[in-house]
Design a protein around this ligand. Sequence first.
Ligand SMILES: [Zn+2]
Length: 349
Amino acid sequence: MIRFRKECYKRPFLNPLNNFQEETQELEVRFDPLLDHCAMFNPALEDKVKLFFGKHDWALVEKMAQKTQETCFMCPPKVYEVTPAYPEDFLPEKRLTKGECTLFPNLFPIALRHAVITVGHAHFRQLKDFSPPLITDGLSLGIEFLRRLKRDPEALVGVICANYLPPAGASLVHPHFQVVASRESFPYLRHLYEKSFMFYQDHGQNFWDLLVAREREERKRFIRKIGRVNFITSFAPLGANEILAVIQGVHALEELEQKDLEDLGQGIAAILSGYQTLGYGTFNFSLFMPPLKERSPWFNPLLRIITRQNMYENYRTDDYFLQRQLGAELILTPPEKLATHMRGVFQED
Ligand SMILES: [Zn+2]
């Protein structure tokens, strides 16, 4: 029922680097077993990671952090004083706080409901310094916010997302997550829902449960299971170094437990630390939740986390026509290799 489809092509060309001798490179195109997207892997590019992503310059990030700290509204005490607040009839507390994390409305929303969550008091931190409890507290606020949306009949779908550092789309250095909720699904989320629902209808089984079972059995891309959360590298990634976290046994917002968020937080912290040892310093993630006001046996909470372009002076974007306009992705580090690396990092916990 689950097919990891690959197509391989070889076409010769005359290589000027080798006196125009005929040369053939292999190209592997991988197709996602549920969705339509594909990812391309050319083994000749595997050793070009440094060329594509450069060297992440933490000193530059630190310099940027020093320049912006003074005016940062996410640094305490400002985060408790000058950030936007919700009207009391929606959120009696006005803002939500857990540990070092605080949730408040986005001043310039881009969705029906759009909240920002500051993650930690520190103005900047390296990937290895995102601790499991800190990530868990940030995610918990996002989930609590989605639960409060019971009061908003139009908020039907919700996602918790993150951009870390400017190459990943963040306008502020201070670590933060965001929550977006809407009446209509965002296009990718709708695609994910539709395909998951169709699979359930056609096969009478939940795609995500089957994927976890299959990946556990094959072991090539399975990293680890913590509680009900399964960490797997993506067969046909949507972004560089993509890892999926599938929370099993959860098909509705109210079925998600604090323990699941702790296990997810532990895994995300290990992944971020693993990304840093591979030389990356930025990331995006999205935690797609089942529709907020129904039970959906065909879907599970699903996290997708990827690395983005490293930050250095005049960095080049990692998105080009392939990603933005053709809806595909380039694989530089094969998912199977990434899984081996991450297994080592998870075992150090
Ligand atoms: Zn700050």
